[in-house]
Design a protein around this ligand. Structure first.
Ligand code: SF4
Ligand code: SF4
Length: 314
């Protein structure tokens, strides 16, 4: 697989990063052990970095595989606001992943310069962690045009992980064109960029070639995180980036099928899940939670908030 350099200062990595949300308990698609097997298969096939986050709750799942592949790079993300929270979050990642140094550590879901301002203490702590050698590169992930813009101007930032796909699905504050302009701005400043939600959380699954080629064609994007929860999906994605003919059997077997957010009928209408959705896709109607499907990127974050286990990606 093609290897790329993330921006001017970032590491050299495979063009595909393993998006581990897809194997995490948050999405519940596979067991911990099945997920480990898929991850190991991806590493053995040439993918040499993995994307996780504190909220995915899967450090323990990843650790045994990372122990076998010490050269593989790891990205994690934190919602920390204060310096203390950031340090705790980083410690959790270092211990949980059994790594002295986290290759890339990010502030999760930064929406604008105001969000970043609110996280100023955490960012300062991240800069210190980098200076102290606990982290190699620092950055942000974002679903927002303004997040990319603000991140590009953030002192010391190396890498941005923005949401981008050919329909602009999931961008929370603007159009696809605006997102591409923000990405171009960040890229001009030498920032490394790897995309998320290339397949629009499954909504663009009917034409994965188009989805992938679009992101590859955007100047300034060097790589992408793809969620995979089966060996077939790994094979499929590797064939896609190598421009190989994909056998029909493999195409049929991958999980690029229509997925949706399922609500159990015992939903109490408490509304707690609404605040957990970065896409503002959830609302209450007649005392039950409902989703605006066109906004939902099937991340599964809302499921964590429901103590009644009503929400699931199926
Ligand atoms: S948190 Fe659960 S019970 Fe509450 S509204 Fe959401 S789905 Fe329903
Ligand atoms: S409704 Fe749930 S699964 Fe959909 S985008 Fe919001 S948090 Fe993610």
């Amino acid at each position: 697989m093609r290897r790329v350099k993330l921006g001017l200062k970032g590491p050299v990595v495979s063009e595909i990063c393993f998006g581990s949300l897809a194997i995490s308990p948050l999405q519940g698609r596979v067991s911990l052990e099945e997920g480990r097997n898929v991850l190991e298969y991806a590493f053995a096939s040439g993918i040499d970095w993995v994307d996780t986050a504190e909220i995915y709750d899967n450090y323990e799942q990843l650790r045994p595989v990372l122990d076998k592949y010490p050269e593989v790079k790891v990205v994690s993300k934190s919602y920390a606001v204060t310096a203390t929270e950031l340090r705790q979050s980083l410690e959790k990642a270092r211990k949980g992943l059994n790594r002295d140094v986290i290759d890339i550590f990010m502030l999760h879901e930064q929406e604008s310069h105001l969000t970043l301002k609110g996280h100023a203490q955490a960012w300062q702590a991240l800069l210190e962690a980098k200076a102290n050698g606990l982290v190699n590169y620092i950055g942000i992930s974002t679903h927002a045009v303004q997040g990319v813009k603000a991140g590009a101007l953030q002192p010391g930032l190396d890498i941005i992980h923005p949401l981008v796909n050919y329909q602009g699905l999931g961008i929370i504050d603007g159009t696809l064109e605006e997102m591409l302009a923000s990405i171009a701005f960040a890229a001009e400043l030498g920032i490394g960029i790897y995309a998320m939600k290339v397949f629009g959380g499954g909504h663009l699954a009917n034409n994965p070639e188009k989805a992938l080629q679009f992101v590859r064609s955007v100047p300034g994007i060097q790589a992408m995180a793809l969620g995979m929860s089966s060996r077939q999906e790994v094979d499929f994605n590797l064939a896609l980036v190598s421009n190989q003919e994909i056998p029909e059997k493999l195409r049929q077997s991958v999980l690029y099928r229509d997925k949706k957010l399922y609500f159990a009928d015992w939903c109490q209408g408490c509304g707690k899940c609404l605040a957990a959705c970065p896409q503002k896709a959830l609302y209450l109607k007649n005392g039950k939670a409902e989703v605006r499907a066109e906004r939902c990127v099937l991340c599964g974050y809302c499921g964590r908030e429901c103590i009644h286990f009503c929400l699931k990606i199926v």
